[in-house]
Design a protein. Structure first.
Ligand SMILES: Nc1ncnc2c1ncn2[C@@H]1O[C@H](COP(=O)(O)OP(=O)(O)OP(=O)(O)O)[C@@H](O)[C@H]1O
Ligand SMILES: *[C@@H]1O[C@H](CO)[C@@H](O)[C@H](O)[C@H]1NC(C)=O
Ligand SMILES: *[C@@H]1O[C@H](CO)[C@@H](O)[C@H](O)[C@H]1NC(C)=O
Ligand SMILES: *[C@@H]1O[C@H](CO)[C@@H](O)[C@H](O)[C@H]1NC(C)=O
Ligand SMILES: *[C@@H]1O[C@H](CO)[C@@H](O)[C@H](O)[C@H]1NC(C)=O
Length: 499
């Protein structure tokens, strides 16, 4: 997992010299070759130089060339994302690719003629934030950081709160690059390609479960850093989610499957998230959103035989088919779906699912554990569960007589309440649960020994279910047009709060 991460963060060919003996040998051979060649050329000009210092210069030049090649490769990697566009949103940035990398002498390297395509003013969308609006922003909080990027929360004068993502100069990516190349400008440029890639992917892949890009800017300094302006979320807290009601956990899983379905048929092809972990996501008002896209790939792996299409996980292997086109078709989708199973569904989905939905949930768990269904089929199964849950169809067998145990009083709410706690409550102090109907609320109150009344105020959850507050007593009623109180007749405790 971590190796995959570091490999994808810093390209193989350049960084493996310290790791792989074979590459180290190859690199050494290259250096020797280069040094003999260059030493011959320099012999006439640089007679006074000692061998040691000459050798160092050669080393340095070779490294520069390698870094330059890396930069070209990163550049080439993201070009298809710009080309595969509808054209209107294409923002061209004129200037030579090497413009931010002046330390390379033009005659020593192949000229690179692509225009750099990036970073202009944003399109005039209401939700967009223009770069000059950042002049008056106030950074108010640190939101997170990783190998590559650094994210802060900022307030704009108009009251809008945004997240700003930029390169993490203290991050592992930057550190490794500096160790290798000792070139701060070149390394910043190299690491910046990840953020550039993320920005263009955020533009191309818009979905309710992908964080919204509100703009992107470049500092005015020559080698200026890039900043992405994003809607602000909160880092995903798995522990907190585990303690939340099933309805909220289901929302996260459903959002994830909707996202994976979109990615499997995206405008850029089938997209795989190579580094798929909870920390690549944030929550925005209860909705899961992908924020880290720099490790996404839009290409299915190349293959010659089926044996090349092995999909490995720590506890499980799968195999995809090698198509006639020489691609492991469907493998990106399989990778995403199994990762969703092992990082999300396993923890969030089965636990406390409504009893009557359990068979369907178990089926989803089983089919994703074995990858027996594609993303399409899995999404269908999720939407089915969602539909049943929302419509209350799973509650048809509740006894209709229970509600008769309660007296309802409209236009009042209770005061002097005696709350009790239940789990998993929407409110830490009392017992607040979502219900489809008063009939379901009556059944819940019936099943809690402490419960003597419940009330509804018309507040709803994301699925449209009502929030009900369950109590063991209250002292009196007060007028309240928004509220209905249901009192249990047998245990009715008006004025009967325990002493
Ligand atoms: N829009 C946002 N709102 C709130 N927090 C965010 C937002 N975007 C990112 N974060 C937080 O910042 C962290 C780092 O962002 P991101 O994952 O893009 O950086 P990274 O360097 O690629 O990380 P990694 O090394 O995990 O791949 C995330 O884990 C997340 O917690
Ligand atoms: C997955 O495949 C690899 C390579 O063939 C093998 O070494 C490993 O044991 C397999 N793992 C499982 C869990 O089957
Ligand atoms: C899921 O798999 C378990 C164990 O393999 C099995 O007992 C159960 O019946 C399966 N459930 C469904 C709904 O397929
Ligand atoms: C998913 O279903 C849609 C419509 O049913 C179909 O067009 C598409 O090809 C399917 N995709 C996959 C990956 O199976
Ligand atoms: C795949 O999903 C579809 C839609 O939910 C379902 O009808 C089908 O039975 C599933 N197939 C398997 C093998 O689980």
């Amino acid at each position: 997992m971590l190796t995959a991460l570091s490999v994808s963060h810093i390209p193989r060919q350049s960084m493996s010299s310290t790791r792989s003996p074979l590459c180290a040998v190859a690199l050494f051979a290259l250096l020797v070759l280069a040094s003999t060649f260059l030493m011959r050329n320099w012999h006439y000009d640089l007679q006074e130089k000692t061998f040691a210092s000459r050798h160092l210069d050669v080393d340095f030049l070779s490294l520069q060339n390698i870094l330059f090649k890396e930069l070209q490769e990163r550049h080439e990697e993201i070009i298809p994302f710009y080309i595969a566009s509808d054209g209107d949103n294409l923002l061209e940035f004129s200037g030579n690719f090497v413009s931010f990398y002046p330390s390379i002498k033009p005659d020593k390297v192949r000229k690179y003629n692509h225009k750099e395509i990036l970073i202009g003013s944003s399109s005039p969308d209401e939700d967009m934030v223009a770069c000059d609006q950042l002049d008056d922003m106030k950074v108010v909080d640190f939101l997170g950081s990783g190998y590559t990027k650094f994210v802060v929360k900022a307030d704009l004068p108009d009251g809008l709160t945004i997240a700003l993502k930029s390169i993490n100069d203290q991050g592992t990516d930057m550190r490794k690059c500096l160790e290798e190349f000792k070139d701060p400008v070149g390394c910043h440029e190299l690491v910046s390609f990840k953020l550039k890639k993320e920005i263009i992917l955020l533009q191309r892949l818009q979905h309710p479960n992908i964080v919204k890009l509100k703009g992107h800017c470049r500092d005015k300094t020559p080698a200026g850093g890039i900043t992405a302006i994003l809607e602000q979320g909160t880092p995903l807290q798995m522990i907190q989610l585990l303690q939340s009601p099933w309805e909220e956990r289901f929302r996260v899983c459903l959002g994830l499957v909707r996202l994976l379905h979109f990615l499997s048929e995206s405008p850029l092809g089938s997209v795989a998230l190579l580094d798929f972990q909870p920390r690549q996501f944030v929550m925005v008002e209860g909705e899961l959103k992908l924020t880290d896209l720099d490790d996404a790939t839009t290409r299915e792996p190349l293959c010659r035989t089926d044996a090349d299409c092995l999909l490995q996980f720590p506890l499980r292997n799968f195999s995809a088919r090698c198509s006639e086109r020489g691609l492991c078709e469907g493998m990106n989708e399989m990778r995403n779906l199994y990762n969703a199973h092992r990082y999300f569904f396993l923890y969030l989905l089965p636990h406390q699912a409504p009893v009557t939905l359990r068979p369907l949930v178990d089926q989803i768990m089983n089919s994703t554990a074995e990858l027996r269904n594609n993303t399409n089929g899995t999404l269908e199964a999720f939407e089915e569960v969602f539909h049943i849950f929302r419509s209350g169809r799973h509650l048809e067998n509740l006894p209709p007589t229970l509600i008769r145990e309660y007296t309802s009083m409209r236009g009042v709410s209770s005061a002097g309440n005696v709350d009790y706690r239940c789990w998993p409550s929407y409110n830490q102090q009392g017992c607040v649960l979502s219900v489809h109907s008063t009939r379901e609320a009556a059944a819940i109150c019936h099943s809690h020994p402490q419960c003597t009344s419940f009330s509804l105020r018309g507040q709803r959850t994301w699925t449209g279910r009502l929030l009900a507050t369950f109590r063991s007593g209250f002292s009196h009623l007060v007028p309240d047009v928004h509220s209905v109180v249901y009192m249990r007749k047998t245990k009715a405790s008006l004025g009967g709060a325990p002493q």
